[in-house]
Design a protein around this ligand. Structure first.
Ligand code: DGI
Ligand code: FE
Ligand code: FE
Length: 190
């Protein structure tokens, strides 16, 4: 789909502040794609759609995730996690996205997972490091992500795990798997 049409359709579905976050993730993801060797147009498409389900009611999200059998097992965890697989379903069904890598990047942008492809890693990291992110430590995550994609992935997943453990929230197993796997990637120098 033409990026301007895609933007207009996403804008319609999101509050203004969330839409602006999506545009910043898209700019960040395109820059990262150029730097780390992914397709910039795929990066833009995945970024524009990554939070497309963010404003949907919880019950609609649950129904969507259930319609595909909840393979990643997010429904037993906090509902913040549901918009990611639901977004991938909407991208496929309503936006006609068929590239598996783009859909996976949307599907796993919140938890991450082991064995993420380059595009998945870019969307995961760009989501946490776009210039509007101002939580404590965001600048360090930005710096690490400029230097290496696997380093950025480690830093971002470690940050999320510390943040969740700090507020005694449950941590999805794929979030932990993403962190562990990112260290392995560094060992392999990739
Ligand atoms: O949708 P965004 O706000 O742009 O960002 P996101 O999709 O990465 O994350 C949404 C929230 O999900 C964020 O506050 C952190 C939280 N989160 C990420 N991994 C886990 C998690 N929450 C729980 N409970 N468990 C996780 O493993
Ligand atoms: Fe999200
Ligand atoms: Fe986001």
């Amino acid at each position: 789909m033409d990026p301007e049409k895609l933007k207009a359709e996403v804008k319609r579905r999101l509050p203004e502040g969330r839409f602006r976050h999506v545009l910043r993730v898209a700019d960040t993801a395109v820059e990262m794609a150029v730097r780390f060797g992914a397709d910039p147009e795929d990066a833009r498409t995945a970024a524009l759609l990554h939070d497309v389900a963010k404003a949907m009611p919880k019950e609609e999200l649950r129904e969507l995730v259930l319609s595909e059998g909840d393979p990643a097992g997010v429904l037993g965890f906090h509902h913040e996690l549901w918009h990611a697989p639901a977004g991938a379903i909407i991208a496929e069904r309503e936006f006609g996205i068929s590239g598996g890598a783009v859909l996976d990047a949307i599907r796993f942008h919140t938890t991450g997972r082991a064995g993420m492809g380059v595009l998945e890693q870019i969307i995961y990291v760009a989501d946490m490091t776009e210039p509007g992110r101002d939580f404590p430590g965001a600048e360090e995550l930005r710096q690490e992500s400029l230097q290496s994609l696997s380093g950025g992935l480690t830093a971002c997943s470690a940050h999320t795990i510390r943040y969740l453990a700090g507020k005694r929230a449950q941590i999805h197993p794929e979030t932990l798997a993403c962190y562990n796997d990112s260290l392995h990637r560094k060992d392999m120098n990739s």
